[in-house]
Structures are given as structure tokens and as C-alpha cells.
Design a protein around this ligand. Structure first.
Ligand code: NAP
Length: 292
């Protein structure tokens, strides 16, 4: 049981964490700070947080658990602002979608106090953002990746693991490098492709007519193109090397398909489609969600 949870960034992820922690009964009191006072007011009105803090530092004062749930590009400034209240008995986590940049930012901002920081990335979310979409069940049945540093005490990693498990999540540990490599392939590239594809349809003179004809396949494929542009700008830039590497691989795969289509080579086309189709048919998302 934590005495006080300090949430910095009361949006979708931070608000959902607060609701989940309260529902799991693992925190006594929740203090929230966000960039816009209207956000914290709404969070308090919805019962997501108990107390509104006027600064990030104020949200950390008296907290033994701190969640930094701001856009990844704001991590360094946020950690710098709270540094001198990050004592060894405080567990500080983030929820950022990229990990190498977050860890580098934490090293610069927290210096020797980085021992209190356990970087985290919950594989959960929505294409909508903001406190109004916060959901107590967001993390239940989901994976959470922790990327602890060599100097992170094992006991603190265990505390973080137990905490996410109490919210119903399954915890995996990996290095920040392996995390960013993997998520470039299975999260960052699909978002990039969805944005590019939707943009290419939208840019056509007959876009409105085309979109009026689109069905469920189009809807499913493009769902994530509605994701928050600011958040995705940060993620794609933060992990640019891995994203560009995955994008090049994707371009090769697309080129291969285009070539056999241009050549009218039905056999080769079918074989390329069959490999992908079989792979997708046998793929199952890890840790399917239980009822929420
Ligand atoms: P969100 O709903 O927009 O919430 C972010 C919140 O942080 C907003 O309330 C925002 O502003 C506040 N904020 C922004 N800059 C701040 C600053 N400098 N100091 C304090 N508060 C600040 O976004 P989210 O989806 O929760 O994303 C938060 C983090 O979760 C990101 O790092 C993202 O990479 C990660 N993540 C997101 C998903 C997803 O699917 N959404 C999944 C996994 C990880 P206001 O106060 O103006 O409202």
C-alpha cells in the first residue's frame, strides 16, 4: 500500500493509472498535476485525483509513488523539476512509448537519483487521449514492459512489478534498446503507415467520395490513424533510427508486391500474400484481456 500517489500529466494514461490504483486499493491518496488547470479540475471532479497540485514538485511532495505520464518529449523537464524531492524511498515511473530517450533524459535530469526510477511502458492505450477517456480497466490483462537500469535496486524493480500486477497487468523486463527495436516494428511503424495511408486517400480530389464507400476493412486498418498527432510526433522522432529501419524493410516488402503485380505474376503474388496471411492467421495477441 502506498500512502500517496503523485500523478504528473493527468491524461489518458495517468488518469487511468490513478483510477486503477484506487480500484485495486493500493493507494491512500492521489495528488495530480497537469499542464492545464482545467485538466486537473476535471480529474478532481471525476474522482480521479483527490488533490490538485499547482506544480509537478508539489505533486511529488509527500508521495511515495510518482507516475510521470506526460508526452515523452516533456520527460526531461518534468524529471528536472521534481529531482530534489526524489528520495531513495520514492518509486518514480513513467509510461512513455519509447524508452532509450526516456532513460537518457532521466540520466541527465535525475543524475544519482536515477536509482528511484523504473521506466515503464504499458502496452495499453486508445486512439483518443485526455482525462475524459481515463478508464480503470485500461491496464487489466495487458503487458507492461519495464526497462530497469543496471543500477536500479532489485527490490524497487520488484515493487514496480508487484504494483503493475496488482492492476491486472503482466510484467516483462527488457533493455531500453530491445524495447525500442521491438516497438518500432509492432507499434511505431503501423502508426506511421496508417497515418501515411489515410493521408494518401485524403489527399485525392475525390477523397470524400472514396471515404463514403469505405467499409469495415478500411475502418479496421485506419483506426490508429486517428491517434494524437503530438504524441506520435514525439514517438516517431524519439525512436527515429529504429522507425526508419523498419520503414525501409516495409518499403522493400511493398516493392516486392508491386513488382510481381506489375509483372502480372499471379503465382509469385499469391505466395507473398500466402506467407503473410498464414502468419497473421496463426498470430494471437499475447495475454488476451479478461472481462473488465
Ligand atoms: P494525454 O491523454 O494527452 O495525456 C498527457 C497529459 O500530460 C495531458 O493531460 C497533458 O496536458 C499533460 N502534460 C503535457 N505536458 C505536460 C507537462 N510538461 N507537465 C505536466 N503535464 C503535462 O496522453 P496519454 O495518451 O496519456 O500519453 C501520455 C504518455 O503515455 C505518453 O508519453 C505516451 O507515449 C504514453 N503512452 C500512450 C499510449 C496511448 O495509447 N495513448 C500508450 C502507451 C503509452 P493538459 O494538462 O493540458 O491536459
Amino acid at each position: 500500500m502506498f500512502q500517496q500517489l503523485g500523478i504528473i500529466g493527468c491524461g489518458l494514461m495517468g488518469g487511468s493509472f490513478a483510477l486503477a490504483a484506487r480500484r485495486a486499493g493500493i493507494v491512500r491518496r492521489i495528488v495530480g498535476y497537469s499542464k492545464s488547470p482545467s485538466t486537473t479540475e476535471r480529474a478532481q471532479r471525476r474522482g480521479v485525483i483527490d488533490v490538485v497540485a499547482d506544480s509537478a514538485l508539489q505533486a511529488v511532495a509527500g508521495s511515495d509513488l510518482v507516475l510521470v505520464s506526460v508526452p515523452v518529449a516533456a520527460t526531461e523537464t518534468t524529471l528536472k523539476a521534481i529531482r530534489h524531492l526524489v528520495e531513495p524511498d520514492v518509486l518514480v515511473m513513467d509510461v512513455g512509448s519509447t524508452k532509450r530517450d526516456v532513460v537518457d533524459a532521466a540520466r541527465r535530469a535525475l543524475r544519482e537519483r536515477i536509482v528511484s526510477f523504473v521506466p515503464a511502458h504499458p502496452i495499453a492505450g486508445k486512439e483518443v487521449s485526455g482525462i475524459d477517456h481515463a478508464d480503470a480497466g485500461l491496464y487489466a490483462g495487458r503487458q507492461v514492459i519495464l526497462t530497469p537500469l543496471p543500477q536500479t535496486p532489485a527490490a524497487l524493480v520488484q515493487k514496480a512489478t508487484d504494483l503493475w500486477a496488482a492492476l491486472g497487468a503482466q510484467v516483462l523486463k527488457m533493455t531500453p534498446e530491445n524495447h525500442d527495436h521491438a516497438f518500432a516494428a509492432v507499434s511505431h511503424l503501423p502508426h506511421l503507415v496508417a497515418f501515411a495511408y489515410f493521408g494518401s486517400v485524403l489527399g485525392q480530389p475525390a477523397a470524400a467520395d472514396l471515404l463514403s464507400l469505405a467499409g469495415p476493412g478500411f475502418r479496421d486498418f485506419t483506426r490508429i490513424a486517428a491517434s494524437d498527432p503530438t504524441m506520435w510526433r514525439d514517438i516517431l522522432l524519439a525512436n527515429r533510427e529504429e522507425v526508419l529501419r523498419q520503414s525501409a524493410r516495409f518499403r522493400q516488402a511493398l516493392d516486392a508486391l508491386e513488382q510481381v503485380i506489375a509483372a502480372g505474376n499471379g503465382e509469385a503474388l499469391q505466395e507473398l500474400l500466402r506467407v503473410a496471411s498464414d502468419g497473421r492467421a496463426h498470430w494471437q495477441m499475447h495475454a488476451p484481456r479478461p472481462g473488465r
